[in-house]
Design a protein around this ligand. Structure first.
Ligand SMILES: *[C@@H]1O[C@H](CO)[C@@H](O)[C@H](O)[C@H]1NC(C)=O
Ligand SMILES: *[C@@H]1O[C@H](CO)[C@@H](O)[C@H](O)[C@H]1NC(C)=O
Ligand SMILES: *[C@@H]1O[C@H](CO)[C@@H](O)[C@H](O)[C@H]1NC(C)=O
Ligand SMILES: *[C@@H]1O[C@H](CO)[C@@H](O)[C@H](O)[C@H]1NC(C)=O
Ligand SMILES: *[C@@H]1O[C@H](CO)[C@@H](O)[C@H](O)[C@H]1NC(C)=O
Ligand SMILES: *[C@@H]1O[C@H](CO)[C@@H](O)[C@H](O)[C@H]1NC(C)=O
Ligand SMILES: *[C@@H]1O[C@H](CO)[C@@H](O)[C@H](O)[C@H]1NC(C)=O
Ligand SMILES: *[C@@H]1O[C@H](CO)[C@@H](O)[C@H](O)[C@H]1NC(C)=O
Ligand SMILES: *[C@@H]1O[C@H](CO)[C@@H](O)[C@H](O)[C@H]1NC(C)=O
Ligand SMILES: *[C@@H]1O[C@H](CO)[C@@H](O)[C@H](O)[C@H]1NC(C)=O
Ligand SMILES: *[C@@H]1O[C@H](CO)[C@@H](O)[C@H](O)[C@H]1NC(C)=O
Length: 828
């Protein structure tokens, strides 16, 4: 039956498709009785390098960023959305797939009900727009049958419209917003945006919503009752209920009333020079993105009002956010642990109670008194009360999870908030001149373990204890035999548990062989060995580095791997695991889909030329990663080989440093030269000659990298004239002539617009390149200088010394920055 029904569609489709596909761009409308199939052979099907696929149905216009609608999937192409997205187009091939600039979804029909391959979208003869999965089940429909629909159209503004014969609107996507707004779109009072569960799971019903009300905009957590984390309301407008609306304009998000000409600006937004949209993210941020030869975040609207820590899930449930770092609530008076991090590696996943709160007549509840901790939401559940009444009210109310007390300064009475769910807490960074706030988190006293009443030792319990001991012994024997066997096979291996939370995973050599398809896809070769692309069973992409020059097992290998694995920073490539089996030593890293910076800065393909914002962001990212290694890690780590091949870019072109901490792994006896010559000529600081090694050698190498990024060339180009061959000589000359502007990368038009900023960044580079290492800034100073909150040193010395020749005498450590030998990642 189903087949008979579908077959005629195929026939219709074949005909209409040949018609449509002759037209690569501008097909913005469709007539009744049309069906589209989400199949591999569908027309206007485009694959992108981030793994997403679109099969466009309607496309409005040509040239540059354009709205289109159709089937969309992202990475996991088992499931598809029917969505409106912004894509890049040209007049020859229609939709293009640039190396960066993936489709941006601004609306979707079936977030909760994704469909598979061979699903169909049909505009029926009756005027209903219906999405069915491959097996025919209904996934979504506009329910517009019989409403005299005449056709379907995608407007210039990105609105999908079912119109009637008089060109009136019967149904439009603008009235059913999902998690995004496009310029020109209205959020009428009562409508709301609902964030997806996460960036990868697009199901609606994440926690966060943003709702337009009669007098503004309110962001809240969908708990019961809702907790407001953002509110921007305006009283000035005097309109009848239901007729106010928020509009996304060029330059602002404003509140309008349709009964008067009054309007109020809720937010200023960067004016759009190209396509723009805003999206309510699953973490509660409301971000504005703009196409600037790549999609860039241009505004983060709510943060200006709230601060980084005042988001409901910034540190997960019960997590305390302090300057972007997460921790769990602790008792200040004793050592009892009430909360633990859910995942040691990811503090932002939140904390769980060690003993769950229970409500019974004997409920042994007590409070953790958290100093200087605040909460994003507050509502006076009890007004004009005192602290003790507030706390008592929480103890008496089973559902109460915490007592928040806010009072006027130096006043003993105030308001009391008793929420029944706790999201992230914030270290009080807000202006505290307006009120005093006190926070008490309800916790369960752990039962004293030694006091189990003997009457509880009933037969059943006794039985189970005896039973489990016998079972324990049997398991013990099996484990022991297994261990003996394994021990025999790998006599030389150290004991190491396969996985301990917060530690790196140990992989077997066979696992990694399988994951990398027998080491076939080589990504590159570095100082420590080759790197291969791979994929774990769960689909996680990885990069596997096969270390060379590491002889027999060294006791320290595991310790060093553990150290490297424990370092987590967004601008450092994360070590996921390792393999130490027989003579194999492999390290498993997160996969960075856009490869190394090298590929991007030396005149790559035209579409790969990075614009100024992108370059600036990369410089900042690297500076932050390095600052972390130098100044924030528990052990100071010197990188000693900062250069573009060791700077990797993820799918969003975020830069991360790789290869830190590795120098220690190399066996000194085996590879004298390599150990001594750590670093790469051209990036080596002059003091290597005198053998004085401090973290400032990294600062120097970083200075060279900045220049390469800004100028768009290598530090040494043999094909250039003698005068220009060495970048640093050229830089000195242009600095002396006051003509640094000549150096700015000529391959990018965009960067020419930001000359002043680029030259300022060149001065930061010059600061990093000072011959006297004590004159160079620390990496945290570089981060601040890049942010413009710290001025570059005034009298810089531009007479850069010639490059160090790596014939290394005895290395010693400078007094000015004392280092413990064990914390040095380089030569020892
Ligand atoms: C829709 O129908 C009209 C009139 O029958 C026709 O001119 C037009 O080409 C059709 N449009 C499409 C997209 O098939
Ligand atoms: C989709 O339909 C085509 C044609 O009917 C069929 O050959 C193909 O196997 C189907 N694909 C899936 C994944 O069901
Ligand atoms: C139908 O209305 C839209 C705006 O709502 C307008 O852009 C379009 O030109 C109209 N089409 C016709 C055929 O009148
Ligand atoms: C997405 O989130 C929903 C709701 O939390 C959950 O039911 C679903 O399993 C998730 N899907 C995936 C693929 O993780
Ligand atoms: C999607 O599912 C979530 C629960 O998983 C629910 O809260 C939400 O209302 C649903 N959204 C739609 C549009 O059906
Ligand atoms: C708003 O309406 C009230 C009465 O409904 C009126 O007194 C007041 O003047 C109005 N304000 C403005 C700004 O129109
Ligand atoms: C304002 O909008 C509401 C709802 O959208 C509508 O009912 C009302 O008639 C409109 N008022 C005016 C004056 O346009
Ligand atoms: C937004 O405004 C700016 C400045 O007024 C203008 O240059 C730009 O073209 C506008 N953008 C759009 C998309 O209309
Ligand atoms: C630990 O401190 C809390 C208050 O911070 C108190 O209520 C509790 O009784 C103390 N527990 C022990 C075992 O001392
Ligand atoms: C509150 O008390 C402190 C000293 O206890 C005093 O310095 C401060 O001025 C007082 N603030 C107000 C608003 O009374
Ligand atoms: C409550 O706490 C007290 C003291 O910490 C302890 O003696 C008692 O056994 C606890 N009761 C329960 C039900 O945990």
């Amino acid at each position: 039956m189903a087949l008979c029904k579908i077959l005629p569609f195929f026939f219709i489709l074949c005909c209409s498709f040949t018609l449509i596909s002759s037209q690569p761009f501008d097909y913005p409308t469709a007539n009744l009785s049309t069906t589209w199939i989400n199949s591999f052979s569908a027309p206007h099907s485009v694959d992108f390098t981030d793994g997403s696929i679109i099969r466009a149905i309607l496309l409005r216009g040509t040239f540059g960023p354009r709205y289109a609608c159709g089937f969309y999937c992202n990475g996991n192409c088992q499931s598809y959305l029917f969505a409106i997205f912004i894509v890049q187009t040209n007049s020859v091939s229609g939709i293009t797939s640039p190396a960066i600039g993936f489709p941006q979804v601004v609306w979707s029909a079936n977030r909760n009900n994704s469909v598979r391959i061979n699903s169909t979208l049909q505009l029926t003869a009756e005027g209903d727009l219906v999405l069915r999965d491959a097996d025919g089940t209904l996934a979504w429909s506009t329910n517009t049958a019989g409403k005299s629909v005449a056709g379907l159209s995608l407007t210039d503004e990105g609105n999908l419209v079912l119109f009637d014969s008089k060109n009136g609107t019967v149904w439009q996507s603008f009235e059913h917003p999902t998690d995004a707004l496009v310029p020109g779109q209205k959020l009428v009072s009562g409508m709301k945006l609902t964030a997806s569960v996460s960036t990868t799971n697009w199901t609606a019903g994440g926690l966060i919503s943003l709702s337009a009300t009669d007098d503004g905009l309110v962001g809240f957590v969908e708990s019961n009752p809702p907790q407001t984390y953002f509110s921007r309301t305006i009283g000035g407008l005097n309109a009848s209920r239901g007729s106010n609306y928020v509009v996304y304009l060029n330059g602002s998000l404003s509140l309008f009333s349709n009964s008067s000409s009054n309007s109020e600006t809720l937010f200023s937004i960067s004016r759009a020079s190209s396509a723009q949209y805003m999206k309510l993210e699953s973490d509660g941020h409301l971000k504005v993105y703009e196409w600037q030869s790549g999609w860039n975040e241009v505004d983060d609207l709510l943060t200006g009002f709230n601060g980084e820590c005042y988001y409901p899930m910034v540190c997960g449930r019960y997590g305390i956010c302090s300057r972007g770092q997460c921790s769990c609530p602790k008792s200040s008076s004793n050592s009892t642990t009430y909360f633990r991090q859910i995942d040691d590696r990811q503090g932002n996943l939140g904390c769980s109670e060690v003993t769950k709160l229970t409500c019974n007549p004997l409920n042994n509840h007590t409070f953790l008194d958290l100093q200087d901790v605040d909460y994003f939401a507050f509502k006076a559940d009890i007004s004009d009360t005192d602290l003790n009444t507030c706390k008592r009210a929480c103890l008496e109310k089973c559902s109460c999870k915490a007592a928040f007390f806010r009072s006027g300064l130096n006043s003993s009475t105030g308001d009391c908030y008793l929420p029944s769910e706790i999201f992230s807490l914030a270290n009080n960074e807000k202006d505290r001149t307006r009120y005093d706030s006190q926070t008490f988190i309800k916790v369960q006293e752990p039962e004293p373990a030694a006091h189990i009443p003997t009457t509880f030792l009933s037969g059943a319990i006794l039985g189970s204890i005896i039973g489990s001991s016998i079972l324990g012994i049997i398991i013990g024997i099996i484990v022991f035999i297994f261990w003996k066997k394994k021990r025999k096979a790998n006599e030389d291996e150290e004991d190491y548990p396969d996985h301990v939370p917060g530690m790196s995973t140990r992989f077997s050599y066979d696992d990694l062989k399988a994951a990398t398809e027998n080491f076939t896809k080589k990504l590159g070769e570095g100082g420590f060995g080759s790197v291969f692309e791979g994929c774990l069973e769960d689909g996680t992409k990885i990069a596997v580095k096969c270390l060379e020059g590491i002889g027999q097992v060294k006791k320290s290998f595991l310790a060093e791997v553990e150290t490297i694995g424990s370092i987590h920073h967004v601008n450092l490539v994360q070590l996921i695991g390792f393999c130490a089996e027989k003579s194999h030593r492999l390290l498993v890293y997160e996969f960075m889909s856009n490869g190394s910076l090298e590929k991007w800065i030396y005149h790559g393909k035209q579409e790969q030329i990075l614009d100024w914002n992108c370059r600036k962001k990369i410089i900042q990212d690297v500076a932050k990663g390095l600052a972390y290694l130098h100044e924030e890690c528990r052990q100071k780590i010197l990188h000693l080989d900062i250069k573009p091949p060791n700077i990797l870019l993820d799918e969003k072109l975020n830069a991360k440093l790789s290869d830190f901490g590795l120098a220690k792994l190399i066996d000194r006896n085996q590879s004298q030269v390599m150990t001594m010559m750590r670093g790469t000529p051209g990036y080596l600081a002059p003091e290597w000659l005198s053998g004085v090694i401090t973290e400032k050698v990294d600062v120097y190498s970083f200075g060279i990298v900045i220049l390469e990024i800004l100028i768009g060339r290598r530090h040494f180009e043999a094909s250039y004239t003698e005068e220009e061959r060495i970048m640093l000589n050229l830089f000195r000359k242009k600095a002396e002539e006051g003509q640094l502007v000549d150096l700015i990368d000529k391959h990018s038009e965009d960067i020419q617009f930001y000359k002043e900023e680029v030259i300022k960044t060149m001065q930061i580079a010059a600061w990093c390149l000072q011959s006297d290492y004590t004159k160079r800034p620390s990496m945290s100073m570089v981060v601040k200088a890049m942010e413009g909150v710290l001025d570059v040193e005034k009298d810089l010395d531009y007479s850069f010394k010639p490059q160090a020749i790596p014939a290394i005498p005895n290395i010693s450590f400078a007094d000015s920055t004392p280092l413990l030998p064990s914390v040095l990642s380089g030569p020892r």
